[in-house]
Design a protein around this ligand. Structure first.
Ligand code: NAD
Length: 508
């Protein structure tokens, strides 16, 4: 008997008709010229929940042209920070007024629990408010000590047209980590959501119009990476691409952008470690480990998917994690009691299972789970909470992004050994340490190769605190003040005061 906590089908009524998602180009909603559409099946309920226009090169190019024109004529970039902030604040209010509607679609398309989707949509409103505040603080630098006849100022200007390409795991949250910051800077944008989760991006388009954003400032093109995403990454009229998704696609975007040397900001994958020392508050650590690995069914760039536990406590701590794992509510995403929902696609479910099988074959042991989860009344797209022990650092499950509810356990004896394991990774998104000794925590924070280090917590985030990865987890930063700076170009203005410039040409 599995002895897990499973929430069966709640019987919640699904919407009577699928959501219809269309492109937004130059202020107009439109279908694809060839009439192509794609349908999204709910991962948990297996029915069509949205029908989206499937764009091609013509739609992508028309959207880029609209964004280019809107940037160049200054309808948004020439507004004051105050005027831009007013629109962003209105959008935040509208998001809050639409949380229920948006959260439902987010859940139906992604499989995430409704309570979590509500939190993400309402939390995203705060990102829009924070970006609005930043819009009023834009400023550069001045140099008043270059000599009495010189003055220089460093101006910050919006970078221009930005392509915004987003993934399926946090469709609205990640969009809101990018778009309001680009808009606060004065940029215009072409947005391409994942083909699996287009609807909340389209709903946002409706709210942008309602908030009074000028036409053409934000354009939305629906469709696949090829050809829509690739066109947004390569077109010469685009000045910057901001992308969140897999490291493999991130590399192809950087390559596509290189021909025109446009700026690229990448938020990519992670294989994030948490290191647990014997002197830690082990109860809190175990709870955070369980949260870190099962949140969003592990389909999370910040998934705490590998723990590195001190040898002296490894057995007891793993047993504690297994016991807690049994209590996490997996099941119907539409039931508000559910904490962990469905896997995004059957193909992705098979990929997760293949990692666990390969680890088993290589000698690892599955202490919990390791197979498809049957949720009464729903389809097969669920996976059991899974804990894998006796893992060695060379196994794929210890090195690659599994992107599922699968925890791997490694052990260590000294801080140096723990740091060596942490840093023996292609990724460097986030890392965590659990210890009551401040010196241990600080030495760990200095030594860990990661964009974010958490001490005695996991995945706490704030709009004010910038986020991003090192190594193959990405380039650039999002949110916080640095997140705004990514969308700005720098111009130095050097001025002479008075006619003091010595002639360069000598008189003959
Ligand atoms: P993905 O890379 O498959 O797709 C992301 C987006 O890129 C989608 O919109 C997709 O249509 C588009 N795309 C695909 N091929 C493209 C191409 N050749 N050119 C341009 N665009 C293309 O990623 P996914 O499966 O949607 O998301 C999961 C991945 O995202 C994981 O690796 C995860 O770690 C990562 N992620 C990272 C962060 C972060 O902040 N670091 C956050 C969330 C997700």
């Amino acid at each position: 008997m599995l002895d897990l906590t499973i929430i069966p089908a709640s019987g919640t009524a699904l919407p009577a008709a699928p959501f219809q998602a269309r492109h937004l180009i130059d202020g107009q909603w439109c279908d694809s010229a060839d009439g192509a559409v794609s349908e999204r099946l709910s991962p948990s309920h297996g029915v069509v929940v949205s029908r989206a226009a499937k764009g091609g090169k013509p739609e992508a190019e028309a959207a880029i042209a609209a964004a280019r024109k809107a940037f160049d004529d200054g309808r948004w970039s020439h507004l004051s920070g105050k005027a831009r902030a007013a629109v962003l604040l209105k959008v935040a209010d509208l998001i809050e007024a639409n949380v229920e509607r948006m959260a439902l679609l987010e859940t139906l398309e992604s499989g995430k629990p409704i309570a979590q989707a509500r939190g993400e949509v309402s939390g995203a409103a705060d990102l829009w408010r924070y970006a609005a505040a930043l819009a009023r603080t834009l400023h550069g630098d001045s140099h008043n000590s270059l000599g009495e006849d010189m003055l220089a100022v460093v101006l910050k200007e919006p970078i221009g047209v930005v392509s915004v390409i987003t993934p399926w795991n946090f469709p609205f949250w990640i969009l809101s980590q990018k778009l309001p910051f680009a808009l606060a800077a004065g940029c215009t944008c072409v947005v391409k959501p994942s083909e699996l989760t287009p609807s909340t991006t389209v709903m946002l388009g409706e709210l942008l119009i309602e908030a009074g954003l000028p036409a053409g400032v934000v354009n939305i093109v629906l469709g696949y990476g090829q050809p829509v995403g690739a066109t947004l990454a390569s077109d010469a009229r685009v000045d910057m691409v901001t992308f969140t998704g897999s490291t493999a696609v991130g590399r192809s975007i950087a390559a596509a952008a290189s021909a025109t040397l446009k700026k690229v900001a990448l938020e990519l994958g992670g294989k994030n470690p948490q290191v647990i020392f014997p002197d830690a508050d082990l109860e809190s650590a175990a709870d955070a480990v369980v949260f870190g690995v099962y949140f969003n069914v592990g389909q999370c760039c910040n998934s705490g998917s590998r723990i590195i536990v001190h040898e002296d406590i490894a057995e007891d701590f793993t047993a504690r994690v297994v016991e807690l794992s049994r209590k996490v509510a997996f099941g119907d995403p539409l039931d508000p009691a559910t904490q962990v929902g469905a896997i995004v696609t059957p193909e992705h479910g098979a990929k997760i299972d293949a990692y666990v099988s390969a680890a088993r074959t290589s000698g690892a042991r599955v202490a919990l789970g390791g197979g498809v989860l049957q949720v009464p009344g729903l389809g097969p797209q669920f996976y059991q909470p899974t804990v894998v022990t006796h893992v060695t650092p060379d196994m794929a499950i210890a090195r690659e992004e599994v992107f599922g509810p699968v925890l791997t356990v490694l052990t260590f004896r000294t801080l140096d050994e723990a740091l060596a394991l942490v840093n023996d990774a292609d990724y460097g998104l986030s890392a965590g340490v659990w210890s009551e000794n401040i010196h241990t925590c600080l030495a760990f924070a200095r030594g860990a190769q990661a964009g974010t280090v958490w001490t005695n917590t996991w995945m706490d985030g704030f709009p004010e605190v910038t986020f991003g990865g090192v190594k193959q987890s990405g380039l650039g930063r999002e949110i916080g003040r640095y997140g705004l700076d990514e969308f700005m170009e720098i111009k130095s203005l050097v001025m002479r005061i008075g006619r003091t410039r010595e002639p360069w040409v000598r008189p003959r």
